[in-house]
Design a binder for this molecule. Structure first.
Ligand code: R5P
Length: 285
C-alpha cells in the first residue's frame, strides 16, 4: 500500500505514512492556464490510501482527480475533514443535502472510506461504499492532560457535542458537562454548565468544529462572567473562518487548538495515530 494526498493534507498524509510504515508518494499540483486543476502522482502499486480533507471546493476537485489518478489500484479514501457535512438534511424545500452530494461523488473509484469525527453519523450513510468514523477524542484528551490543569472541567458547547466531550473527559477521569442556554427574557439569554458550577474551575470547551468561533466565543464570555478560573478550547476541525482565532482569544480563551484534519497554525493535535489504527484494524486489511 502507498499513500498519496491532496494539497491541504500533505502533513497529515506524511504522518499517517510514518505510522503505518508505508511509502508516501510524491504528488505535484499545478493548474492549467484557465485555472483548471492538474496533479500528477509518482508510482503507485496495487493499493492506495488517499488522504484528503475537503476543506474547500478546490480540494474536492483535487480529491476526485487523485482518486482517478489511482484508478488502477484498490483505493481507500481517508477524509479527515468532510466539508459540506453540516448541511446533512433538507432544512428548507429546494435545498440540496450537500453532505450526500459530496459523499456520493467521492464514492466512485474507492472501496472504503474513513472520516474523522464526522459531524453526524448520518453523513457516513451517504457514501456508496462502507464508511467508518474515526474519533480523536483520546488525542484531544491527551492534549488536555498536557495542559496540567488542576481538576479541569470539560464542557460541550451544546447537546450535540455531549458524547464527544464525555469521551474526551474519560481520558483523565475529568468532570464533564454541557452548556445549556436558558432564555431569561426577550433579550437576555444565559449560557451555563447544566449541572456543574464553573466558578473557580479551569474549563476546556471541546467541539467537533470551530468555524466562525461564534458558538465558543459566546460560551467563553458567559463562563468568564460565571467566574471560571481559565477557559481553553480544543476542537477536531479548526476551520477558523472570518478571524475566528482572534475572536476567541479576545473573548478570553487562553488557548485555542485543533487537529491536523484541517491544517493551519493552530493544528497542534495529530489525528494520524487514530487514522492508522482504524486502517490497520479494518477487516479489509
Ligand atoms: C455545530 O453543530 C457544530 O458542532 C459547531 O458547534 C459549529 O459548527 C461551530 O460553528 P461556529 O464556530 O461558526 O459557531
Amino acid at each position: 500500500m502507498r499513500i498519496i494526498s491532496t494539497e491541504r493534507s500533505q502533513v497529515l498524509a506524511a504522518r499517517v505514512a510514518e505510522k503505518l510504515g508505508i511509502p508516501l508518494v510524491e504528488t505535484k499540483f499545478t493548474r492549467f492556464p484557465d485555472g483548471e486543476m492538474y496533479l500528477r502522482c509518482g508510482e503507485l502499486d496495487d493499493e492506495t490510501l488517499i488522504v484528503s480533507s475537503i476543506v474547500d471546493n478546490d480540494m474536492f476537485v483535487q480529491t476526485l482527480l487523485a482518486i482517478d489518478a489511482a484508478d488502477r489500484s484498490r483505493n481507500t479514501l481517508v477524509v479527515p475533514y468532510l466539508g459540506y457535512s453540516r448541511q446533512d438534511r433538507r432544512f428548507f424545500p429546494g435545498e440540496p443535502i450537500s453532505a450526500r452530494a459530496i459523499a456520493r461523488a467521492l464514492s466512485t473509484g474507492i472501496e472504503r472510506a474513513f472520516v474523522v469525527n464526522v459531524h453526524d453519523p448520518v453523513d457516513l450513510d451517504f457514501f456508496g461504499v462502507p464508511a467508518k468514523n474515526v474519533s480523536i477524542a483520546p488525542a484531544i484528551g491527551g492534549y488536555i492532560g498536557d495542559l496540567h490543569l488542576k481538576n479541569p472541567l470539560v464542557l460541550a458547547p451544546d447537546e450535540g457535542a455531549i458524547a464527544f466531550a464525555t469521551d474526551v473527559a474519560a481520558v483523565g477521569g475529568w468532570d464533564c458537562d454541557h452548556l445549556e442556554k436558558t432564555r431569561l427574557s426577550g433579550e437576555e439569554v444565559r449560557i451555563a454548565p447544566k449541572t456543574i458550577d464553573a466558578a473557580g474551575r479551569d474549563t476546556v470547551i471541546v467541539d467537533d468544529i470551530i468555524s466562525t468561533g461564534g458558538t465558543l466565543a459566546t460560551a467563553a464570555c458567559m463562563l468568564r462572567e460565571q467566574g471560571a478560573a481559565s477557559i481553553h478550547a480544543a476542537c477536531v476541525h479548526g476551520v477558523l473562518t472570518s478571524g475566528a482565532y482572534t475572536r476567541l482569544r479576545a473573548a478570553g480563551i487562553s488557548s485555542v487548538v485543533s487537529s491536523d484534519t484541517y491544517e493551519n497554525a493552530s493544528s497542534f493535535i495529530s489525528s494520524a495515530s487514530a487514522i492508522a489504527t482504524a486502517i490497520r484494524e479494518d477487516a479489509h486489511c
